[in-house]
Design a protein around this ligand. Structure first.
Ligand code: KIV
Ligand code: ZN
Length: 386
């Protein structure tokens, strides 16, 4: 196992696209896959080949076009799904089959399998996948609500049958960070053969803990994080790729693990995924929200003008933005106004600045945001009065 390297497994095109209303066209999927590949994503889960002809074609073509990333397809625990998945991913330089089955009591009740029958099914399907492909990922869906003894037993079966990555999904976003770390730690310590595979974490955000749970799992020994751009995914979504990647970069001092992501490409891909999925990014979303690097209050703007580190822990350039934005509104102060006017080409004497500031505050009380054009108009009005 690579000690300090954490692999980034992006599932925007599979779990992300499962989000109701987030369907992407074939061309859009190819475009997003190529952006992910260029950005340094290690594994791209390109789709669920048995789900539809369209998904099969998308996974096959992404497999053919990809230059660096491992291309993975999803399959349920049956031979037909796995064969179809292999037919799609086999074109990739580095293909992976990802097969899964729900192992918690609630999920076992759906196919109505006993623990032993399910264990047998896992052995059979993982063995089959491994006979086709030497890179096989196995997931016990709803792992975090599966009885510990049964989870340990089925993970061991999957490893013995040839799985090379064991993914531990928190399918309904139920786990908490301490549990997330403990679960991975215990599996690695107690399952025979665990040292020969990579453990992955796959978190959903139902309680808003997906990023924290993913990072905790890494602290527990996981070395693959499954995530999506903008946290796209069913219900409250999946772990957001940009959040875990930037958290590992910015807090490398206490989380000493690295990814291969070129973070300067984050903003661009975030915007593209928002457009093609039709899911806008909330303004205050960490890392890629419109306001993530914007400051309006006077104290913050003044601090930023003196030293950007006062109110920013990341440089906007690191995520692909050209600069911090100082938004002019009713909370802005004189220093920000002076700086903004200078940017617009106006160097005002103190008394002129005072006059414009009074007019600016009056306008800001009536308008949510004061734009550059508004400021220019205020300066012109002031010149006319003078
Ligand atoms: O959330 C989940 O359990 C999944 C599995 C298919 C891995 O997406
Ligand atoms: Zn999922």
């Amino acid at each position: 196992m690579t000690d300090n390297r954490v692999f980034i497994f992006d599932t925007t095109l599979r779990d992300g696209e499962q989000s109701p209303g987030a369907t992407m066209t074939h061309e859009e999927k190819l475009e997003i896959a190529s952006m992910l590949d260029e950005m340094g994503v290690d594994i791209i889960e390109a789709g669920f080949p048995i789900a539809s002809e369209g998904d099969f074609r998308a996974v096959s073509e992404i497999a053919k076009q990809s230059r660096n990333a491992v291309i993975c397809g999803l399959a349920r625990a049956n031979l037909k799904d796995i064969d179809r998945c292999w037919e799609a991913v086999k074109h990739a330089k580095a293909p992976r089959i990802h097969t899964f089955i729900g192992t918690s009591p609630l999920h076992r009740a759906i196919p109505n399998l006993t623990q032993d029958e399910m264990a047998e099914r896992i052995h059979e399907t993982v063995t089959h996948a491994r006979n086709l492909c030497d890179n096989v990922q196995w997931s016990p869906m709803d792992a975090t609500r599966t009885e510990w003894d049964y989870l340990r037993r089925v993970v061991e079966i999957a490893i013995k049958a040839g799985a090379t990555t064991i993914n531990i999904p928190d399918t309904v976003g139920y786990t908490a960070p301490v549990e997330s770390a403990d679960l991975i730690r215990r599996l690695i310590a107690e399952v025979p053969g665990a040292e020969d595979v990579i453990f992955a974490t796959h978190c959903h955000n139902d309680l808003g803990m997906a990023t924290a749970n993913s990072l905790a799992a890494v602290a527990g020994g996981a070395r693959q994080i499954e995530c999506t751009i903008n946290g796209l995914g069913e219900r409250a979504g999946n772990t957001a790729l940009e959040e875990v990647v930037m958290a590992l970069k910015v807090r490398h001092d206490i989380m000493p693990w690295s990814t291969g992501i070129d973070t300067t490409k984050l903003m661009n891909i975030s915007r593209r995924v928002a457009t093609v999925s039709g899911f806008p990014v909330q303004f205050n979303k960490a890392i890629v929200g419109k306001n993530a690097f914007a400051h309006e209050s006077g104290i913050h703007q003044d601090g930023m003008l003196k030293n950007a580190e006062t109110f920013e822990i990341m440089r906007p350039e690191d995520v692909g933005l050209s600069a911090t934005s100082l938004v002019m509104g009713k909370h802005s102060g004189r220093a920000a106004l002076r700086s903004k006017l200078k940017e617009l080409g106006f160097e005002l004497a103190d008394n002129q600045l005072n006059d414009v500031f009074v007019r600016f505050k009056d306008l800001a009380d009536r308008k949510k945001e004061v734009y550059d054009e508004d400021l220019i108009a205020l300066v012109r009005q002031n010149e006319a009065v003078d």
